[in-house]
Design a protein. Structure first.
Length: 254
C-alpha cells in the first residue's frame, strides 16, 4: 500500500481533488439553504477564524518538516566527520589492525552512501542488514588492540569508532522522525472544513466554480511541499550525501 505522505506529488493531487469537491459541496449547500443576509457578518468572522487556524497549522507543520530536514543534513555532515576522523585515528593501532579497520571503514562509507540514495523497501532492508553486520565487524576490529594495550592512545581509536557507530544511529533515528499521522489528519480535517465554508460563502458571486478552486489549489501545494520536505527518500527535496561522497574521493585508494 502506498503511503500518500511519502510522495508529495501524490498528496498534492489527492488534496486538490478532495478539497475542490468539498468546496463544491459547500456551494451546492448554499444554493439549497442560502445564508440569511443578517448572518453574513457572523459567517465572515467564522470563516476568517477557520482560515487563520488552517494557516497556523500549515505553518507549524512546515516548521516541523524543515527542522527535520535540516537535522538530516547536519547528521550527514557529522557522519562524514566521524568516519574521516576514525580513518586517520586508525594509525594509532598496530599496522595489521589499522589496515583492517581502514578497509572496513571504506566499506562502511560506501554502505552509508547507499543508505542515503536507496529508495525501494527491499533495497533499504538489505542495506540495513549489511549495516548491522558491518557494525559488528567494525567494533570487533578495534577491540583486540584495545584489550592488548589499554592505553590512552588506543582509547582514542576506540572512542572514534564509537562516534562512527553513534553517528549512524542518530541518522537512522532522524530518518524515522516524521510528521505524526495525527498532525496530517488535523490539517486535513481543518482544510476540509475551511473549503466547505469558503464554498458555502461564495453563493451569489461571479464564477463561483473558478473561485472555489483557488483555496484548494494553494492548500494542496502547501500540503505537497510539506510532504516532500518531510519524506527523506522520495520527492524533489532530498538530503544528498555530498560530504560522504567528498570524503570517499579524498581517501587514498586501497
Amino acid at each position: 500500500m502506498i503511503d500518500v505522505a511519502e510522495h508529495g506529488w501524490l498528496l498534492f493531487l489527492v488534496t486538490l481533488v478532495a478539497l475542490w469537491l468539498t468546496a463544491r459541496v459547500g456551494a451546492l449547500a448554499a444554493r439549497r439553504h442560502p445564508l440569511p443576509r443578517e448572518m453574513r457578518p457572523d459567517f465572515n468572522v467564522l470563516q476568517g477564524a477557520a482560515l487563520t487556524l488552517l494557516a497556523l497549522i500549515i505553518g507549524f507543520s512546515f516548521a516541523m518538516a524543515s527542522t527535520r530536514y535540516d537535522q538530516r543534513k547536519n547528521l550527514e555532515e557529522a557522519e562524514a566527520n566521524a568516519i574521516g576522523t576514525e580513518y586517520f585515528r586508525a594509525a594509532l593501532l598496530p599496522s595489521g589492525d589499522a589496515d583492517k579497520v581502514r578497509a572496513l571503514l571504506k566499506a562502511w562509507l560506501d554502505l552509508r552512501m547507499q543508505f542515503y540514495t536507496a529508495t525501494g523497501a527491499d533495497n533499504v532492508r538489505s542495506i540495513n542488514e549489511r549495516t548491522a553486520k558491518l557494525q559488528a565487524d567494525l567494533w570487533a576490529a578495534v577491540l583486540p588492540a584495545a584489550n592488548a594495550a589499554p592505553t590512552p592512545i588506543s582509547a582514542l581509536a576506540v572512542a572514534g569508532m564509537n562516534d562512527v557507530l553513534n553517528a549512524q544511529g542518530y541518522t537512522e533515528a532522524a530518518w524515522l522522525n516524521r510528521i505524526p499521522p495525527a498532525a496530517w489528519f488535523l490539517m486535513g480535517a481543518i482544510a476540509l472544513c475551511c473549503n466547505l465554508l469558503v464554498g458555502y460563502g461564495m453563493h451569489g458571486t461571479v464564477s463561483p466554480r473558478r473561485l472555489s478552486a483557488i483555496l484548494p489549489f494553494f492548500t494542496a501545494i502547501a500540503f505537497g511541499f510539506i510532504a516532500d520536505i518531510d519524506s527523506p527518500r522520495h520527492g524533489i527535496i532530498l538530503v544528498h550525501p555530498v560530504n560522504l561522497i567528498s570524503l570517499s574521493a579524498s581517501l587514498p585508494a586501497a
